[in-house]
Design a protein around this ligand. Structure first.
Ligand code: PHE
Length: 340
């Protein structure tokens, strides 16, 4: 009896169950009513009375051991089945890692740059803290011009000869000083004006300004270049109109409107029922500016233009409040995920 128990115990250690059929065969062999363990219980009556407690214990242990093995393997099998039923669809596209979004100002800035790159304008950059000469004097601002006033300009306290640039025209003054025509350049960058923050104005914003200087550059060139830009930016049906205006550094000067991209010019609340939206200032570079920057104004002419990136972005994405661009509210920024 003892040997029988011992050899069964050994068997239980060695038994391999790898399929449902093998599990069933195991159950029949060991655990069923005609199985080997039940057989031991049958033989139990032949065990000498004084050995009964000990042998009984052994047989019970063996039975538990056999039952545990059965339960464990059955569990494993049923887990495997669960998994195979929930099998993933391997052809399903993967979840993309969350990457955030480009900022709408970056998107529009890039789009403006790309449009002018296509027609040969190269990027120039310059300092944000700039001297008075490049921001004002070179650009023909008279000494009493209101734009020099404390109300508009952030001056550097320690040296009021330095300011935070109020426009990126300062970069163009530097380009004119250091390069010879033909010059075809755009200067994207941050600018600063001492203005109260509201839905339509901010003390920091972004500009892209452009400059083209060569022999025989005319107002017609300016118009055609800006028409190209407007139609690339707002669609092929976009029309432009130029209204006379004034800037110290251009003569003649104009402000440009595009036909409203929301209503197509019919009139809506975005264009205030005029059918037009103002997007930039422009004009022929004043000969004084060319002279101030060392370019021969007898032989060369040029045009210049400048636009606010926030303004274009507001029109393009129909954003009603400029402050949204600066608050970095994820609910706003997440709307630009996937835009390039
Ligand atoms: N510098 C002007 C501004 O900041 C824009 C402009 C640039 C106008 C070039 C005319 C020509 O508003």
């Amino acid at each position: 009896m003892k040997e029988k128990i011992e050899s069964l115990r050994k068997h239980l250690h060695e038994v391999k169950i790898e399929s449902a059929e093998q599990l069933e065969a195991y159950r029949l062999e060991y655990l069923s009513k005609k199985g080997k363990i039940q057989e031991l219980f049958g033989e139990f009556k032949n065990v000498a009375a004084e050995e009964k407690p000990l042998v009984g214990q052994w047989v019970n242990q063996l039975k538990n051991q056999a039952q545990e093995l059965f339960d464990r393997v059955k569990d494993e099998f049923s887990n495997q089945n669960d998994q195979s039923e929930k099998k993933e669809d391997l052809s399903r596209p993967a979840f993309l890692p969350y990457q955030g979004a480009r900022h709408p100002i970056s998107l529009v800035r890039k789009e403006i740059i790309d449009i002018f790159n296509r027609i040969g304008f190269v990027i120039s950059e310059g300092p944000e803290v700039e001297d008075d000469f490049h921001v004002f004097t070179a650009l023909n601002f008279p000494p009493e011009h209101p734009a020099r006033d404390m109300q508009d300009t952030f001056f550097i306290e320690k040296n009021p000869d330095f300011v935070l640039r109020t426009h990126t025209s300062s970069v163009q003054a530097r380009v004119m000083q250091s390069q010879k025509p033909p010059i075809r350049t755009i200067s994207p960058g941050r600018v600063f004006r001492n203005e109260a923050i509201s839905a339509r104005a901010h003390c920091i914003f972004h500009q892209v300004e452009g400059l083209y200087i060569d022999k025989n550059v005319s107002f017609a060139d300016l118009k055609q270049t800006l028409l190209y830009f407007a139609q690339e930016m707002f669609g092929k049906d976009t029309q432009i109109r130029l209204r006379p205006s004034y800037f110290p550094f251009t003569e003649p000067s104009a402000e440009m409107d595009v036909s409203c991209n929301i209503c197509g010019g019919k009139g809506c609340n975005v264009c205030k029922y005029t059918g037009w939206l103002e997007i930039l200032g422009c004009g022929m570079v004043d000969p004084n500016v060319l002279t101030n920057c060392g370019i021969d104004a007898e032989n060369y002419t040029g045009f210049a233009f400048g636009m606010g990136v926030e303004r274009i972005a507001m029109l393009k994405y129909q954003v009603k409040d400029l402050r949204l661009f600066f608050e970095n509210d994820k609910r706003f920024l997440n709307q630009f995920i996937g835009a390039y």
